[in-house]
Design a protein around this ligand. Structure first.
Ligand SMILES: *Cc1c(COP(=O)(O)O)cnc(C)c1O
Ligand SMILES: [Zn+2]
Length: 389
């Protein structure tokens, strides 16, 4: 198989760079770089039907993935997660056409496996051998798992109050874990300093160009699994926003290849009342989001006070006629029980935030019961036992 990767392009100033040497953010403006593909050629070479016989993981879209040589793919089987019709939860909420895509069954128990699977594979291809990242949750365990599989050295900088599972899963891989007395932003600063000192490559989300390519495969899968249509609405628990902008990128790529039409789901970013920079920026109509002071929520994956891809998230919400809304900690805990008792799915707090938000969006009339709605449960609740207790 052949990847149709062409180059990197800055999402803000448009500068083009090689995808065959290491890059992180745009050297000119500091914003997010995206890998680009020859979509015309890819659309000619690959038919939707060709996918049918491919392995049930995210590398089934190899032509649209950033790794050139298949030998560099580091996989633990991530992706191609099932989409369930959530009939009992849908009846409870008052939304008959409700779907949940369950990312909790990914390797390492969250959809971070997609992004880090892609980033570690591309790092291997580029000859990078030592990785670092700050993480307050699931990203670290995913990074160190794929680094272990690839035989790379890994460093992680984590706030002291991260969920216990996230600390243990990093330690068990033998990675270097440093607990930081502070927030994810402090961990990020220290990770950056160590990267400079020790020559490590920092794979913080959207500060390197390839994690988004793993997460975009959720968009490809939703289309493929729904027979090349898309739901009317997608709700996404938004931290760094890599998944939401990744799906948005996937929809554009698929349309350029002639796989789907121009109709897009309305995209909704869901955040916690204790950390809602994107919701605030959406409501204020600004291009970027101001950092959130004192972020606080048990949903560690969305406890992200500042996102470098804020403008990309906000663009996708606005272009899709979507929106942004917060939920309380109480609502998150209550919907963890609701989803588990009605659907048998022990969703993560971030996932539970979505069904809590859906209740509100229906009640205020932003969404209507005749729309088809998809919730992305981004991880397993089993990784949060200490937080829930
Ligand atoms: C990281 C994470 C998120 C947020 O993902 P982004 O793409 O950074 O917005 C949501 N849920 C869980 C479980 C996570 O680990
Ligand atoms: Zn730029």
């Amino acid at each position: 198989m052949k990847s149709f990767l062409t180059n990197l392009e800055c999402t803000y100033c448009g500068v083009e760079l090689s995808a065959d040497e290491p890059h992180r953010t745009c050297p000119d403006c500091g914003k997010v770089l995206y890998p680009r593909y020859d979509l015309q050629a890819a659309g000619k070479a690959l038919d939707r039907e060709d996918l049918k016989n491919r392995p049930a993981n995210m590398w089934r879209y190899f032509e649209l993935m950033p790794v050139r040589d298949e030998a560099n793919v580091v996989t633990l089987g991530e992706g191609f997660t099932p989409i369930f019709k959530a009939e009992r939860l849908g009846a409870d909420i008052g939304c008959p056409t409700l779907y949940i895509k369950d990312e909790g069954i990914n390797p390492t128990g969250s959809f971070k496996a997609r992004g880090l699977g892609a980033a570690v594979s591309k790092a291997l291809e580029l000859g990078i051998t030592r990785l670092t990242m700050p993480s307050a949750g699931n990203a670290a365990g995913a990074m160190t798992a794929y680094a272990a599989k690839a035989g790379m050295e890994a460093y992680v900088f984590m706030p002291k109050d991260a969920p216990e599972a996230n600390r243990v899963e990093v330690e068990i891989t033998g990675a270097n874990l440093e607990l930081v007395d502070g927030f994810i932003t402090d961990a990020g600063r220290i990770s950056g300093e160590r990267a400079a000192e020790l020559g490590l490559f920092d794979v913080s989300t959207l500060r390197e160009p390839y994690r988004v390519e793993g997460k975009k495969t959720m968009g490809y899968e939703i289309a493929e699994q729904m027979d090349w249509t898309l739901p009317d609405v997608i709700l996404y628990p938004t931290g760094g926003g890599t998944g939401i902008v990744g799906m948005w990128k996937a929809f554009d790529e698929m349309e350029a290849m002639g796989w789907i039409d121009g109709k897009r789901p309305r995209m909704f970013a869901i955040q916690s009342e204790g950390c809602a920079p994107i919701v605030r920026a959406f409501n204020e109509g600004t291009e970027f989001a101001e950092p959130w002071e004192n972020p606080d929520t048990l949903a560690a994956g969305i406890r992200v006070p500042a996102a470098i891809g804020d403008y990309l998230i906000l663009q996708s919400l606005r272009q899709s006629n979507g929106g942004a809304i917060t939920v309380s900690e109480q609502e998150i805990l209550s919907d963890m029980r609701a989803v588990a008792s009605l659907e048998g799915m022990f969703v993560c707090p971030e996932g539970a935030a979505l069904s809590a938000a859906l209740r509100k969006l229906l009640a205020e009339g932003t969404l209507s019961p005749d729309e088809s709605i998809l919730l992305l449960n981004t991880g397993s609740g089993l990784k949060y036992l200490d937080m829930i207790r």
